[in-house]
Ligand binder design. Structure first.
Ligand code: SF4
Length: 438
């Protein structure tokens, strides 16, 4: 969306219609029902029905919750480990949990992608990370060629570590956030912009098929000028994938106690998001999600799967899974997680088997994320939705679709209902409008 059109955006009118940008406590929509509405898991029901499905290919997510220090915006479950033994105890529990799932899934699940997230998985030595991968390969059935991603932070990467990891992973994702040192300091990041550039270059030299960087806009002290420079640097690095997230100021983070005036305004953030889209759509890259561009052929199966309402398994403290309509999170912090795994192998804490109505909302609220400025399959496939639920999108979400169309946030093309160029700037807010149906 051009900046000229941005100036015509009536944020007040959108807010009155329930499409409101809010700085505080408005989390990324990554599941439906939302986490705060999830009850404690009924373990008996869970064990009886979570594994009752036919053969599927699914991603396996592994949560490594260790970091070198805590960033001021971070709401993910992470910890600075107290000792090597504490790390070892966690990894043992991880293996035990994997065994419990592998025994129940038997050969029904084939792992088609592996994602090590956190935390900072590369806080661990490469040897330990690769050992966990080998242990997963022994327990689960893996597809012949899988997408394997490891998340990292620049200060934890060295040439030796990267080349060892490239033996097991084909994708490297680096949390960079900004190349501006002042902005990085203000967010309590543990690296400089220069270190980030070196880590990216070393990652590329190590032979990963794809290197992604994560950036954040809306950080304190971050001007539009600084953001544009960060985009310029990123564009010059020949990356396979660039992800730009809007800062979310959530409870429990250091930023939550700072005044609103410390952060760029919502208007500035819209301009920053728009600048991201403008910059990378000119690079011949695919806008696969509103917040991510990739080189053609480098679409991320892991996220496509998640936004398509398909099964995935998450292991480790706080991780999230979706199995036979069971949407649930594991226990955290580490000690609780370990105790639960010791008790019965699983560590499911909150979640439930979602109803058909909830699944329809989930399909739309998450599926809207499969929208991009140049995606041909933009959004949710209307025929697939109708086949699955026996009713069309417009029939089930009559009011919501008509309101969003009036606000020019939706676009229909090639049999898909997805976000319009304007809607791409409001992808979570549109998801919340579909969620408001309940
Ligand atoms: S490195 Fe990542 S996981 Fe760790 S505190 Fe920072 S943002 Fe959170």
């Amino acid at each position: 969306m051009a900046l000229k059109e941005l100036q015509n955006l009536d944020l007040k009118k959108l807010a009155q219609e329930g499409v409101e940008k809010s700085k505080f406590d408005s989390a990324f929509v990554y599941r439906y029902p939302f986490s705060e509405d999830m009850p404690p898991v009924n373990l008996k029901e869970f064990e009886e029905s979570a594994f009752e499905f036919d053969s599927v290919e699914m991603p396996l997510y592994i949560h490594i919750p260790f970091c070198t220090k805590a960033c001021f915006y971070c709401h993910y479950f992470k910890t600075v480990p107290s000792s090597e033994q504490a790390v070892e105890n966690y990894l043992q529990a991880l293996k035990k949990e994997a065994t419990a799932y592998a025994e129940r899934l038997e050969s029904k699940a084939r792992i088609n992608c592996l994602f090590f997230g956190g935390g900072t998985p590369t806080h661990l030595p490469a040897k330990k990370i690769n050992q966990i991968v080998s242990s997963m390969e022994e327990k689960f059935e893996f597809a012949e060629k899988i997408e394997a991603t490891v998340e990292s932070s620049p200060e934890t990467l060295s040439e030796g570590k990267l080349s060892a990891l490239a033996g097991k992973f084909n994708r490297l994702s680096i949390g960079v956030q900004s190349f501006d040192d002042e902005v990085l300091r203000g967010a309590n990041r543990n690296h400089s912009g220069e270190q980030a550039v070196k880590a990216i270059e070393a990652g590329k030299a190590a032979g990963f098929e794809s290197v992604n960087i994560d950036l954040i806009y809306g950080l304190p002290g971050q001007s539009t000028e600084s953001w544009r420079k960060t985009l310029e640097t990123a564009a010059g690095l020949g990356l396979e994938s660039v992800t730009a997230s809007s800062l979310r100021i959530l409870r429990g983070t250091k930023f939550r106690s700072m005044p609103e005036s410390a952060f760029p305004s919502e208007e500035q953030k819209l301009e920053m998001h728009s600048a991201f889209i403008e910059k990378f759509s000119k690079q011949g890259m695919l806008h696969c999600f509103p917040y991510q561009f990739v080189k053609l052929g480098q679409q991320m199966l892991f996220l496509e799967n998640q936004w398509s309402n398909r099964e995935f398994l998450g292991l480790g403290a706080s991780s999230c899974s979706f199995l036979n309509k069971w949407d649930f999170n594991n226990w955290f912090p580490v000690q609780n997680y370990i105790e639960k795994v010791e008790e019965n192998g699983f560590s499911a804490a909150v979640g439930k088997r979602i109803s058909k109505e909830e699944e329809m909302i989930r399909m739309l609220a998450l599926g809207m994320k499969k929208s991009g400025i140049n995606r041909e399959d933009n959004g949710v496939n209307k025929i697939e939705f109708e086949k699955k639920f026996g009713a069309g999108i417009e029939e089930v979400f009559k009011q919501e679709v008509s309101k969003l169309r009036e606000l020019e946030l939706l676009k229909e093309s090639n049999g898909y209902l997805g976000l319009s160029p304007k809607g791409l700037l409001f992808f979570d807010e549109v998801g919340r409008v579909f969620a408001s149906k309940n």
